[in-house]
Design a protein around this ligand. Structure first.
Ligand SMILES: [Zn+2]
Length: 293
């Protein structure tokens, strides 16, 4: 990772179920009156609550990103399993230089991390804002071989109503990472990517609304108000070469946003509508960048 924070993008999100949602708890409850498959819960100062773990969001986002990268280029993303010889964390096991590890990792690992590299995109748990409603649904699993009931019946606790708030932070990013993030959010909103358990039962469709986007950029002479610069624009030649970054990495002709000047950086805030335009620009830049590599 670079020694300085050159740029950062924070997206403030609201997630709402559009179909039943079940993020399974890994623990079996000792309480027999509770459903067999429970929605994951945690303790907060306000008491126990259902929530959407950041790790669960990350897994969903990452696997979609891998698919996109492999569509653009057959070896565009590694198989992120320790047993796979192609896994970047394994392939780069002996490398010590963090810049080389970044440069030689696949794009999915550069964004989401691997055992040798911290991801540039971080997720936090999404907690409900106001009331949530869960219901019990019953299910069986049918064996494909015998057409008989293989498992069940079992009961599942699904979330049917609620508003969950969280934030994603992308730090020291390249513009293509913003593009892939915007594309993933769009795919989720289009119902192409679902969350949690029971996707083939019609579960897991959610909407994700970006309520506000905050971009912070290190000060750089000549930095125009309506552009966002990737990390490569800020570092020196040596660091750019070591990490494999691009000097001209930027998005231009963006809505201006509300800008505040600090001593070392500027902070620009985009509302929902302005972010939509920024996201479109970021997605438009993707084919050009991904095919060039
Ligand atoms: Zn990888």
């Amino acid at each position: 990772m670079h020694k300085r924070r050159w740029n950062a993008l924070k997206l403030e999100l609201v997630i709402e179920p559009r179909a039943p949602l079940l993020i399974k708890s890994g623990l079996a409850s000792p309480n027999p009156s509770l459903p067999d498959m429970q929605f994951v819960r945690t303790m907060t100062p306000q008491g126990e609550t259902v929530f959407i773990p950041g790790s669960s969001l990350k897994g969903t986002f990452r696997s979609f990103t891998e698919k996109v990268l492999r569509t653009a280029k057959a070896d565009g993303a590694c198989e992120p399993f320790p047993s796979s010889p192609e896994y970047c964390g394994r392939r780069l096991g002996r490398e010590e230089n963090p810049a080389t590890i970044y440069k030689r990792s696949c794009r999915a690992c550069r964004m989401y991390g691997n055992t040798r590299l911290r991801g540039r995109l971080s997720f936090t748990d999404a907690f409900p804002e106001g009331a949530v409603k869960t219901e019990t649904r019953y299910g069986v699993a049918i064996s494909r071989l015998t057409n008989a009931v293989a498992v069940g019946p079992f009961d599942m606790e699904v979330l049917v109503q609620g508003r969950f708030r969280t934030a994603l932070v992308l730090e020291n990013f390249e513009v293509w990472q913003m593009g892939l993030l915007a594309l993933t959010l769009q795919a989720i909103n289009d119902g192409l990517v679902k969350l949690g358990f029971g996707k083939n039962r019609g579960f897991g469709e959610v909407s994700i609304t970006v309520e506000q986007a905050v971009v912070e950029l290190a000060k750089k002479p000549g930095l125009p108000q309506n552009a966002i610069w990737g990390a490569g624009a800020f570092v020196d030649d040596g660091e750019r070469k070591d990490y494999g970054l691009q000097e001209g990495d930027r998005l231009e002709d963006l809505p201006e946003g509300m800008q505040i000047d600090f001593a070392l950086f500027v902070r620009r805030t985009y509302d929902r509508e302005a972010w939509r335009k920024v996201a479109e620009k970021a997605m438009e830049s993707l084919p050009h960048i991904l095919e060039a590599a």
